[in-house]
Design a protein around this ligand. Structure first.
Ligand SMILES: [Zn+2]
Length: 338
């Protein structure tokens, strides 16, 4: 316990709180800038199990703010969940990381959430947040919303059926393209640190049972405009479809193939549902005449003309060089099959 001595000295945690952290399992959804900062902090704090779900791989343009990753990870194009697990193993070998290289969707979110003590939001999109919100309310798991773009960030802690849920506060997600994103407005690392720090502080309070110290607010920060704003939250909305009426509309949505234009990246993700896992080495061999092929344990990358296809074991692909879904589907069918 020497390792945690300064944390145990802190009266909010103590030996009992430390034992609770060790016994906990936390899901981090999205392991980009916010998610990897959360994972590192929770691992250092001694949270016993961290389930890390992410669909993407490390790129050089991540390194300015995604502090857990290295140039080696970017060169190897490691999936973020895998790179994260490797780094945590060096930071704190007592922590078990359950790396989940996948796109979180209505078909898997409940499995990911249901046996966790807490969920932290490290995603970059509202569609996934609404899914996480519904799964958490349904399974009575607390979760901590967080977002950052430019120099602005926001966070809110959601205690299922106790405090307002995401849908209580934001009745509708912003229309696609209407809100700035990190790919259109950029982002600076300090706002990531601020939002992740507040999220992790709330996580430590919840995991050690100190609900009296939660901030019970919508917290907003702008580290460039020097704004720190706190909007107090009251009870859950009496007419909220999710937490008042138990209507889980996004969980019930059709789970066919999911195509997402990755905003500002000139790329499309295609995520076929119910596909059998791919044999990546066989796929790489098959593609060897189509262009330049690289393969590792987690993905195959094909560079063919103006396009670059990154294909994961779960049959998901990120297709670069187009922001047109139909073009992406055509390329996927041509190189991967249906
Ligand atoms: Zn609600």
């Amino acid at each position: 316990m020497e390792r945690y001595s300064r944390q145990i000295l802190f009266e909010g945690i103590g030996a009992e709180g430390q034992a609770r952290l060790r016994a906990a399992r936390v899901l981090v959804v999205g392991c980009g800038a916010l998610g990897s900062a959360q994972v590192e902090a929770l691992a250092r704090a001694g949270v016993g199990r961290l389930r890390v779900a992410d669909r993407d791989f490390v790129e050089e343009s991540n390194l300015q703010r995604q502090t857990m990753f290295t140039e080696h990870d970017a060169r190897e194009r490691l999936p973020k969940a895998i790179a994260c697990a490797r780094h945590v193993a060096e930071i704190n070998a007592d922590v078990v990381v359950e790396a989940e290289v996948l796109d979180v969707h209505q078909g898997n979110v409940e499995r990911l959430v249901a046996d966790c003590d807490l969920v932290l939001d490290g995603t970059d999109n509202f569609a996934t947040r609404y899914l996480v919100n519904e799964a958490c309310v349904k399974h009575n798991v607390n979760w901590i919303y967080g977002a950052a773009v430019g120099s602005y960030g926001v966070t809110m802690t959601i205690r299922a059926h106790v405090s307002p849920c995401l849908r209580c506060v934001f009745e509708e997600p912003p229309a696609p393209g209407s809100a700035p994103t990190c790919d259109t407005a950029g982002v600076i690392m300090p706002i990531i640190s601020v939002v992740a720090a507040v999220q992790v502080s709330e996580a430590l309070k919840l995991l050690t049972g100190h609900t009296e110290s939660l901030h019970n607010s919508l917290m907003q920060f702008d580290v460039w405009q020097n704004v720190w704003r706190r909007i107090r939250l009251a009870a859950p909305a009496p007419d909220c479809p999710v937490c008042a009426h138990g209507r889980y509309e996004t969980l019930a949505a059709d789970a066919g193939e999911f195509a997402a234009v990755l905003c500002g990246r000139n790329a499309v993700q295609l995520a076929p549902r119910n596909s059998a896992p791919l044999d990546l080495n066989a796929l790489a061999a098959r593609l060897s005449n189509a262009g330049e092929v690289k393969v590792n344990d987690y993905l195959v990358r094909l560079s063919a003309g103006d396009y670059e296809l990154t294909i994961f074991r779960d049959a998901r692909a990120i297709i670069r060089g187009t922001d047109d879904v139909q073009t992406a589907r055509t390329l996927y069918a041509r190189f991967v099959g249906n």
